[in-house]
Design a protein around this ligand. Structure first.
Ligand code: SF4
Length: 207
């Protein structure tokens, strides 16, 4: 059910030309993972490797994310869902522009509505600011969880920042994932075990 709904949205995104990023992309990177996931990661947008392969977080950042998911959550990406704020690569890996994020946002909102995760982890400034609708930075936002519709949102760093900065940032990412794990523990298994009807429940407007 959720799988079919996501496939419909992905098919729509695959030919999308709603913003200027359509002109320079190789592949639309819609998102990947378990449609029944209780944990959903949101990054800012595809990089070079992702643009070429059509999959989110497949470069060095993705490898670090995979490692942290394994070590702190005891699972792997196949039991989570990973998406981005924009589905097409911004040239030279620049931040997505406000009009590009606005044009693409309905795809992310529809993914969130279909998957109905218990916990959303935002990766980095762009994703965190977009979902929490704030101008504050990740350093001040991380370290706690925020109500987000029917879910809880846990902000953390983008893995690329952790690769650049090293030890302390990685340690803080680990702590953020532990926070997400605690929230998930109250909400049920990471994937494939969503409470009956959870995906169909009405979601309030995103904050
Ligand atoms: S980034 Fe989003 S809105 Fe822009 S062309 Fe790609 S799918 Fe469409």
């Amino acid at each position: 059910m959720r799988s079919a709904a996501l496939a419909d949205i992905a098919a729509e995104a695959s030919s999308c030309t709603r913003c200027a990023l359509a002109a320079t992309r190789t592949k639309v990177v819609f998102g990947a993972g378990d449609p029944e996931a209780r944990l959903l990661f949101v990054g800012e947008g595809p990089g070079r490797d992702e643009d070429l392969q059509g999959e989110p977080f497949v470069g060095r950042s993705g490898k670090l994310l995979d490692r942290l998911i394994a070590e702190e959550l005891g699972t792997d990406r196949s039991r989570c869902y990973i998406a981005n704020v924009v589905k097409c690569r911004p040239p030279q890996n620049r931040d997505p522009k406000p009009d590009e994020m606005a044009a693409c946002r309905p795809f992310l909102d529809r993914q969130l509505a279909v998957i109905a995760p218990a916990v959303v982890v935002t990766l980095g400034n762009v994703a965190t600011r977009a979902l929490l609708r704030t101008a504050d930075g990740i350093r001040s936002l991380r370290g706690r969880a925020y109500p987000f519709g029917d879910a809880m949102l846990v902000p953390t760093y983008h893995p690329a920042a952790a690769l650049r900065s090293g030890g302390e940032v990685v340690a803080e990412m680990r702590a953020d994932l532990v926070r997400a794990k605690r929230l998930l523990a109250a909400a049920g298994p990471l994937g494939g075990g969503a409470p009956q009807g959870a995906g169909e429940r009405a979601r309030g407007p995103l904050p």
